[in-house]
Design a protein around this ligand. Structure first.
Ligand code: SF4
Length: 787
């Protein structure tokens, strides 16, 4: 009996074993999962072990969690997770983070109670208060600031789209502030450049493409378990040729047919030189170009200077390899490009994405089965895609609000965009210091840690010190909570019964796994409570989460109680299929032949207040007259990062290596979860990937502590000798600061000398940002030496 119970509990050895398999790219990411059940199997397993099995969703990663799980509870304690075989999102797969959820829930680093600062900023002295006291202190301050400085003096920070993003925007819209702060390095940059070039965002067709280019993306560790890795492996199995474009080898590039090891941040140069080959060798689809593209003649002339030899100089990729991959992509029967977050971290990000989009169009791949054209329009935006009411009150945006943006993420003329109006995350904080065009006075930061999430840590800390009022809302202690005036501890999703989730044509209620372990409420209730305290009760369902969910479900003639009767979700579409053009499903313009209905897609209206279409000519915007009209370059260009071997050779004399960072890993979501022992045992230290030859030249051995220094700052991390990286490049995972109490691991300093890579990057306003989409550079030059 004991043996059986031991099997049920997630023990350390089995966890580590499963992670070992996971590293090879199977088990936890799909084949087979660590443990997966149908509802009946889960109930039987629970009965056998004297447990309860509760169907719900995982909550261990963003932007919004979607993996169905069975959470097992024994004697009132959440003990383990199994995958839900019936869930279309993950089909039973659960990743390492999802498996480790019980340790996150019971972490000694969880915030225990609401706090009010009692010492100086940064000192870390707080007094305990109640939730209601905290809400009323915030509301009083907010009312006073609104009266004195206007509603725009409030900003909220959101690193990426989260399940609660619409609630943030709803609050800001009702309050009257446009300052929703995006990170400037995630997702919206692709959405913007694709929309203004193709009218929508194409989704790579892993099932249909003969050639798949995985570009700046990590399909195994990012996004929900199952879709990325499983699709990749299935494509590989059916013989698709896979080309991986990234500076170092990860599981996907390790299995790829061709690895294109470009220098970090040079994606635009690579795409431009590939276009040069395609055009020079006439590998275009002339009839598609003629019928559906605007400005090809101007591109032909423009692209002459971007030869493969020029591309080799900038990217470090041999000219012959640039030619090879351009030819393979252009001549395939159907080739798709899965463009990831990695391309969004450079001052030329918009041009890189535009050049890739143009490549999709001129080669005709957009118009071929497997080329992604049938999936144009898949993407992101406010909720409501499943037929439920949207939380976001987008219809209330006014020109006056747009004009008040403190640091527009996209130029004001392009606002609001998909998610609404937005200011750039880092630039909001910078405006606190510069007071230009006006100082933001209060920042609410739910589920984000600006000192480790964005560039320019030193200025971020100065801004947090200078803010009138800073509110942290999170589950565990955060890197910057010592600068907060109020800290609010929230429930984990396992302690909450809302909201519901839409997936694969059905709606499923979230189920509470255990009662909250402290005086916690959910992040959704935070916005409802604050709304009521501000006098906005009518727009916040008078503080009732049940009323909120019933209201959102009302277009479907459902209540949340109706939905709860279906533990595996209430089906809305008998034929299945992802609703609303959700990622992975055909977009709204798909036709039955698997190609795009371009007449419809190319007329798509933008989210701007005037509703102007993304593509004024109703064609692919190779030559972009919309950008030109607003004073931006109409054709994609190369723009050097603030420091690079080709752009600043003088700096490279002292700092010869290019540094960049990874944003996904098998264990951690951004800067979260270093406090979870199972995960931390697998990835214990911040490791710098460095080529063995580069290390040997510096007398560095595997596991040595090393100093990494750039012109802007330095950090101390461990070296991992890594043959699968360019010898002139070093890379590490971002987000390191947090210790792990159970393993006796201390926090790292946030500033210089710690493991926070953001200290090392430039935030020069003239060089470090993409001029159109404020993408921030995560490349610099460094030298590495033994500590
Ligand atoms: S990918 Fe992993 S962490 Fe994210 S929802 Fe799925 S199981 Fe949870």
């Amino acid at each position: 009996m004991k043996d059986k119970q031991d099997q049920r509990q997630l023990d350390r050895r089995s966890f580590l074993n499963s992670m070992g398999v996971c590293v090879c790219g199977t088990s936890l990411y799909g084949l087979p999962p660590f443990s997966a059940y149908t509802l009946n199997e889960a109930m039987a397993a629970a009965q056998e072990g004297g447990e309860k099995a509760i169907p719900t969703f995982c909550g261990m990663c963003g932007p919004s969690s979607g993996c169905g799980i069975y959470a097992f509870v024994k004697n009132g304690r959440f003990i383990r997770v199994a995958g839900m075989k019936e869930c279309p999102t993950n089909q039973g797969a659960v990743c390492a983070k999802g498996q480790a959820a019980p340790q996150w829930v019971y972490s000694p680093q969880r915030l225990k109670t609401p706090l009010r600062r009692s010492g100086a900023k940064g000192e870390g002295k707080f007094q305990e208060i109640t939730w209601n006291e905290a809400i009323s202190i915030i509301a009083d301050k907010l009312k006073a600031q609104k009266k004195q400085y206007g509603p725009e003096s409030l900003a909220m920070l959101s690193p990426a789209r989260r399940s609660y993003s619409d609630y943030m925007q709803r609050f800001l819209i009702v309050h009257g502030s446009p300052n929703y702060g995006h990170s400037g390095i995630c997702a919206m940059q692709r959405a913007f450049a694709f929309s203004y070039t193709l009218g929508g965002q194409p989704m790579c067709d892993y099932q249909g493409s003969d050639v798949i280019v995985v570009w700046g993306k990590q399909p195994f560790f990012s996004g929900p378990a199952q879709s990325g890795a499983k699709n990749y492996l299935a494509a590989k199995k059916r013989g698709a040729k896979i080309i991986a474009i990234k500076p170092s080898i990860e599981p996907d590039s390790g299995m790829a047919d061709i690895w294109v090891p470009l220098r970090p941040g040079t994606d635009a140069a690579l795409a431009l030189s590939m276009l040069n080959v395609i055009i020079k060798e006439n590998l275009i689809d002339a009839s598609f170009v003629e019928k559906y593209c605007y400005g090809y003649d101007k591109l032909q002339e423009h692209i002459q200077k971007h030869t493969p030899e020029w591309g080799e100089k900038v990217t470090g990729v041999p000219a012959r390899q640039i030619q090879e991959v351009a030819r393979i992509y252009a001549t395939a029967r159907g080739a798709g490009i899965d463009l990831g977050n990695g391309v969004e971290h450079a001052p030329s990000a918009n041009d890189a994405i535009r050049a890739v989009a143009i490549m999709m169009a001129v080669t005709g791949n957009l118009n071929r089965a497997g080329g992604g054209g049938n999936r144009l329009g898949g993407g992101m935006g406010p909720g409501g895609g499943s037929g439920t009411k949207s939380v976001n009150l987008k219809e209330r945006y006014t020109q006056e609000m747009v004009n008040k943006l403190v640091a527009p993420e996209f130029p004001k003329v392009f606002q609001p965009f998909m998610e609404g109006t937005s200011s750039a995350y880092y630039s909001i904080l910078d405006s606190v210091l510069t007071e230009k065009p006006y100082p933001v006075r209060m920042v609410i930061a739910p589920g984000t840690q600006p000192t480790v999430s964005t560039r320019g840590t030193k200025r971020v800390i100065e801004a947090l010190k200078k803010l009138d009022f800073y509110v942290v809302v999170d589950v565990t202690r955060t890197a910057d909570m010592n600068y907060a005036d109020i800290v609010l501890p929230t429930e984990t999703v396992y302690e909450s019964d809302h909201p519901f989730e839409s997936m694969g044509g059905s709606i499923m209620a979230r189920s509470k796994v255990i009662e909250p372990l402290g005086p916690y409420k959910s992040i959704f209730e935070f916005f409802l409570d604050l709304g009521v305290a501000m006098g906005y009760g009518e727009d916040f369902w008078q503080g009732s989460m049940t009323a909120c969910m019933n209201d959102l479900l009302s277009p479907l003639n459902l209540t949340i109680d109706d939905v709860r009767k279906y533990p595996l979700g209430k089906s809305l579409q008998p034929s299945g299929g992802a609703p609303g053009g959700a990622p992975g499903g055909p977009g709204p313009g798909a036709d039955s032949g698997g190609r795009g209905n371009f007449e419809s897609i190319f007329q798509a209206k933008s989210g701007r207040l005037d509703g102007a279409p993304y593509l004024p000519q109703g064609k692919v915007a190779i030559y972009n007259t919309t950008f030109e009209k607003e004073g931006y370059k109409p054709l994609p260009e190369w723009r050097e990062p603030p420091e690079s071997v080709t752009g600043t050779p003088d700096v490279a004399m002292k700092y010869p290596l290019t540094l960049s960072d990874y944003h996904t890993s098998k264990c951690y979501t951004a800067s979260w979860q270093r406090n979870v022992p199972y995960l931390r045992e697998v990835q214990t230290y911040p490791m710098l990937h460095i080529h063995p030859d580069t290390a040997a030249a510096r007398g560095i051995k595997n596991d040595d502590w090393v100093i990494v220094e750039s012109p802007h700052g330095w950090m101390k991390v461990k070296a991992e000798l890594y043959p699968g990286i360019r010898p002139d490049t070093v890379m590490m995972l971002h987000g390191w600061w947090q210790g792990c109490t159970e393993l006796g691991l201390e926090d790292f300093p946030i500033g210089d000398g710690g493991a926070n890579v953001n200290n090392l990057y430039s935030v020069d306003p003239d060089k470090a940002f993409d001029p159109l989409i404020t993408a921030m550079s995560s490349q610099t030059l460094v030298e590495v030496r033994k500590a």
